[in-house]
Design a protein around this ligand. Structure first.
Ligand SMILES: Cc1ncc(COP(=O)(O)O)c(C=O)c1O
Length: 398
């Protein structure tokens, strides 16, 4: 058996299950889950219809590279969203469809890993999406975590990273907007990281799957390709972005996203994926085209999140130390007691589930940046988010 499997940690929800073992809610309130980051708004009707209309494609083997029409739609979407130059992304060489970013982040790490260097590092934010860590271990590399602290707006302090780490770095994961902090990495930081990637010869994987959940229609989060473009780096060398329809379009069950960027890296990624066997079903590709081609449903999606953040934050104001994030659908408040005590007590007393921050992060040099924070995903319907916020207020005040 693969020994590296032993390095994998239980998933945060398994840890939550253990924390709640033997704990029951001692009232009769309905359960409200703010713990799982699964979008719950309605999936677009035209996407569902597209799958029905194309269901005969079940009889077709899909190709790993995807149909040209999908890559074209994705390239057009990304060109517009990230203000890329007239040439924009080449749909043939700089775009690949993936079955959601989760599998892509994992598989991509296996492709980047150069096993001739036994001390290769995957540099990751902390807290972080757990796939980054598992992907690093299973690629024979070691994760190196950088704390995301409030004093640096929840962005790692990249200036504090020693040269010895950059020398060993093979892959740098960015998560912007971040899960669970919602923090957006700004253009100046991205420029600095691109320069470091050139200097130390590593790849940047920018997980931007929350990029479309933001609050100001006039100021969407900046992306890595956009910054490359503004530097005249239209080959996107060493840079690859990960996007998804899961959050943007409320389609987590479609398993549809894309990677885009450096054509040389994507050529190797395509080779890997051919063997990995992860082609997207054609009816899902056609449904994805419909989703990428439409922005009205995404604006409506943002409007609903905005409403939820406004309501919940007005209830929690003065109750918890909590701020509106730059983007994403998460709140990342400080807890007045330990995060695990808070989550357990809240469940027992108020039947509301939140995720302890320490389950989303690792302790490095005796510091766990997730400790004494919880992640609240505002995915439930507005009335439930409001009710949950009221219950949290009662819990804290009691
Ligand atoms: C930071 C981050 N990246 C990637 C994913 C994977 O999303 P999907 O595979 O649905 O695109 C998630 C899902 O929750 C996430 O939070």
């Amino acid at each position: 058996m693969n020994n590296d499997l032993h390095k994998l940690q239980p998933y945060p929800f398994e840890k939550l299950g253990q924390l709640f073992q033997g704990v029951t809610h001692n009232g009769d309130r309905r359960h409200i889950a703010l713990s799982i980051g699964e979008p719950k708004h309605t999936s677009p009707a035209f996407v569902k219809q597209s799958i029905i209309d194309n269901i005969d494609k079940l009889a077709v083997y899909p190709s790993t590279k995807g149909i040209p029409e999908l890559r074209q739609s994705i390239a057009q979407w990304a060109d517009k969203r990230f203000a890329l130059d007239a040439a924009g992304l080449c749909p043939n060489t700089q775009v690949l469809p993936v079955n959601g970013t989760r599998e892509a982040l994992f598989a991509f790490t296996q492709v980047v890993a150069d096993r001739t260097h036994i001390d290769g590092l995957v540099v990751s934010p902390n807290p972080f999406y757990q796939i980054y860590e598992g992907a690093a271990y299973l690629a024979g590399m070691t994760p190196h975590f950088l704390p995301c602290q409030p004093e640096n707006q929840f962005i790692p302090d990249y200036d504090a990273v020693p040269e010895s780490v950059w020398r060993r770095c093979q892959l740098l994961f960015l998560c912007s907007p971040g899960n669970p902090t919602g923090a957006v990495t700004d253009a100046a930081t991205l420029r600095k990281l691109i320069a470091l990637a050139d200097e130390y010869d590593f790849v940047i994987a920018s997980d931007e799957c929350y990029s479309e959940i933001y609050f100001d229609e006039a100021a969407p989060p900046v992306g890595l390709l956009q910054v490359c473009n503004s530097m005249g780096r239209t080959d996107f060398k060493r840079c690859v972005v990960f996007h998804s329809l899961s959050k943007r379009s409320n389609l987590p069950g479609l398993r549809s996203g894309f990677v885009a960027g450096d054509a040389d890296i994507l050529a190797d990624f395509l080779k890997y994926r051919t063997y990995h066997g992860c082609a997207m079903p054609v009816q899902h590709q056609l449904a994805s085209i419909a989703a990428w081609n439409d922005e009205a449903h995404v604006q409506e999606n943002r409007r609903i999140y905005q409403q939820k953040f406004d309501s919940v934050l007005s209830i929690l104001d003065g109750v918890l130390d909590v701020q509106r994030p730059d983007a994403s659908f998460y709140l990342w408040p400080k807890t007045p007691v330990t995060d695990t005590e808070f989550a357990r007590g809240l469940f027992q007393q108020q039947h509301v589930t939140v995720l302890p921050g320490q389950f989303l992060s690792r302790t490095v040099d005796n510091i766990n940046p997730g400790e004494n924070r919880v992640r609240m995903a505002l995915v439930a319907p507005l009335d439930q988010c409001i009710e949950a916020a009221e219950r949290i207020k009662h819990f804290v005040q009691s």
